[in-house]
Design a protein around this ligand. Structure first.
Ligand code: ADP
Ligand code: GN1
Ligand code: MG
Length: 365
């Protein structure tokens, strides 16, 4: 705890430190929960080491986060909500900075832990998943009049699938720096066969049919926190990838993670499929909040976006496997390949059920 204590001291938290432990299950940042005793009152904080390999400009990233959270605070207050629970509250360093950069060029930031809250790493019920749809739909709605173009692009081309295909996946497969391509020939072929899917949404942006909006871009179920007692979704967290983007990216990525009958990295692909009841519950929740602001082209592409975001994520895992696991945290040797296979199994199932997914969306709008 000694090293992290030196970091905690930079934030001037009040009281005596009780404990500081690693927390959460993200693939990118390192998250800690720190507990303090402030004159008998227990105060908890989230402290994160932001991944500077993935996020090249932490200053721009934190500017985004502060801009969006202060905008949300005003919105939530105006709607009669409680901004201390319904949006993240970031804490500046003792020097008044938005994050602390230490000598080793590591960057840390802190925010208040939302008390009496919980998060889900897998989906327990269609009802819970539907509630996360309400939270992400509301996030979209509240930010609909935020000037999207003022946000920095923390990771350029983040969900530009054709860019990822041409500039990341193809070079990784051609270079084959780790000699791993021979172990994933079928998966490489799977990606190659779906190249035309990769440009569909980008082309619709270029044609002016899909509007650029403020998007979260990482709408996994564990990026929403729920009230411990009522189980209502209260707050959208993990705002590092908030950027200009498409509402479809947020919808699609939620489905990828939450409507899967198995975990994102399930090795037994026979367990992987899309649960249409979960799909419907999420779509209903999301559209109940964001539906009025979406145009026809967005509505027409909701089901496709779920497939595209699943495909893109699988392609990113496969690319990282080919590159030698330099981007995502992994727990064992071929973890990224297992993740890719699992995502592609889900893509296949979505392709088989696409007509049903489209029909569900039609029934809701
Ligand atoms: P990561 O980059 O590791 O995904 P997150 O910001 O999503 O980081 O945080 C990891 C986990 O910590 C979340 O899934 C959630 O369970 C918990 N968490 C994060 N921030 C808060 C908060 N302000 N209040 C309560 N729990 C939180
Ligand atoms: C990463 O940080 P985390 O685990 O919430 C990744 C997402 C992927 C996700 C797959 C910045 O999210 O894009 O969809 O893993 N975040 C970044 O689980 O690349
Ligand atoms: Mg997270």
């Amino acid at each position: 705890m000694e090293n992290i204590k030196l970091i905690l001291d930079k934030f001037n938290f009040k009281g005596d430190l009780i404990s500081c432990e690693k927390f959460g299950s993200g693939h990118i940042n390192v998250t800690y929960i720190a507990k303090y005793n402030d004159n008998g009152k227990i105060c908890q904080y989230i402290v994160q080491k932001v991944n500077t390999n993935v996020f090249k400009n932490i200053s721009e990233l934190m500017d985004n986060v502060f801009a969006v959270t202060s905008f949300l605070r005003d919105k939530i207050e105006n709607c009669g909500g409680d901004p201390d629970r319904e949006t993240l509250n970031y804490i500046k360093t003792a020097d008044g900075e938005k994050f602390y950069r230490c000598d080793k060029n590591e960057c840390y930031r802190a925010y208040k832990f939302v008390d009496e809250s919980k998060s889900y790493n897998s989906v327990d019920s269609a009802e819970i998943f539907g509630k996360s749809g309400i939270a992400f739909g509301r996030f979209q709605k509240y930010l609909s009049d935020f000037p999207a173009t003022t946000l920095n692009e923390t990771i350029p081309n983040f969900h530009n699938t054709i860019w990822r295909f041409e500039n990341e996946f193809i070079p990784a497969a051609e270079k084959d720096s780790q000699g791993r391509a021979k172990d994933c020939e079928k998966e490489i072929e799977f990606v190659m066969q779906r190249k035309t899917d990769c440009s569909r949404l980008v082309d619709l942006i270029d044609n002016g049919e899909l509007p650029i909006r403020v998007t979260h871009n990482d709408t996994k179920l564990n990026n929403v926190i729920f009230d411990e007692e009522s189980d209502d979704a209260i707050c959208v967290i993990d705002l590092d990838t908030v950027m200009p983007g498409l509402a479809l990216y947020d919808f699609g990525d939620s489905i990828r993670f939450g409507a899967n009958t198995a975990a994102e990295d399930e090795p037994d692909t026979s367990k992987v499929s899309i649960d249409l009841d979960y799909f419907k519950a999420y779509a209903k929740g999301f559209l109940s909040e964001a539906g009025d602001s979406l145009n026809q082209c967005e509505l027409d592409n909701l089901a496709f976006s779920a497939k595209l975001m699943t495909f893109e994520c699988g392609m990113r895992f496969l690319t990282d496997y080919l590159n030698g696991d330099t981007y995502f945290k992994t727990e064992y040797d071929n973890h990224n390949l297992v993740r890719a296979k699992s995502q592609f199994a889900l893509v296949k199932d979505m392709e088989a059920k696409m007509a049903d997914m489209e029909a569900i969306i039609k029934s809701l709008v």
